[in-house]
Design a protein around this ligand. Sequence first.
Ligand code: URA
Length: 423
Amino acid sequence: MHIIELIEQKRSGKPLDTRQIQWLVRGAVQGEIPDYQLASLLMVICYEGLSLPEVLALTEAFVESGDQLAWEFTDRPVVDKHSTGGVGDKVSLLLVPWLAAAGCIVPKMSGRGLGHTGGTVDKLESIPGFRTDLARGEIQAQLEFCGCVIVAQTENLVPADRLFYALRDATATVNEQGLIAASIMSKKIAGGAQHIVLDVKRGAGAFFMDEGQARSFAELAVRIGDHFRRRISWVISPMDAPLGSAVGNGLEVEEAMSVAEHRMVDHPLVENCLELGWRLLTSAAIRPGEPAARELLLELLENGAVYSRMQQWIEGQGGRIAEFREVLAREKRARRFAVPAGREGTVRSIDALAVGRLANQLGAGRARKEDPVDPFAGLELSCGKGSLLDLDSEIGALYPGPACTLGRDEMIAALQSAVVIES
Ligand code: URA
């Protein structure tokens, strides 16, 4: 076999077979296929697409490229969730301990932020002492202790995807449905959960711009799940506006904690969690259907079980909550400045992409993988769609970090233009 033959075959519209895909992935991981040839094949795939058998073979080859975790120590259902990412998307911070409180085992591996969307690992690392690099034995101990864990993906979990993804990112070949599905699903399958829910975000601040793309991705993920005997459910949720009010690492942790601590059933984060949570509880047969599953979830929020599980989980991974609150409050006081609406009217929309980019520029995100993030930089919105505003009403507060290169007026203008006000 030679990579040039595979490129030519795919370019002439003929699908690759399983043997060829296995050879390709193995060769790439062993460093036998140069990046320029792999990138060329990826570009052809972006134009020609991948058939279902090709996607299944690619997913399988990815899964087999590294560790495959299994959680045999427990009889409880092992569940996981994945979000395709968005602005202010702090769902995992709340849903993971919530599912554990409902009787699930949740071994979640998360990523770091890149571009305008944040990453759960960066968010959690804003808590002093919180460890995201637990060894296999420590992960299991944490699961036995409180039923949930969130750690960074280890080097050896789907190393083939790490390599493919870095190349796709550098060659504008990320955006092909089959490549995305194989990339995401291989990591979930190698993570060992039997029940997986996908939060497929669609809209301006999301990976999928429209409902059709989001739906066909979800349907493809279900086919992959069937092949690996995993139960996949999915939700398409809007990402036109940021989710909740905080955007930025520590700020988002604080918002998720407040929702749990103050049992804020009307917070938008809660409905997103309920939508995902009831599907997992039904899939895992903890409750027979949506009404009973929602009822259990709401009861756990209202009786404080979610917050106490969240505290156990964070402290179990070394996080010092009181210190986090103290440092964050101090940083917020020192950095905060309020942004006035600048005109009268009603908020028609809030541009999630623009808000995500602004939070990044304030210091919350990174442009390159190796860049550090500022744990306390970001912003908080104080208006939402439909809010009535005067000239001086506050639309949000900005918390720029030392690395922020924007001037005060630029920052204010950026938030004012992200909030679309109709007179
Ligand atoms: N996230 C992933 O993990 N992989 C993709 O291909 C796209 C988003």
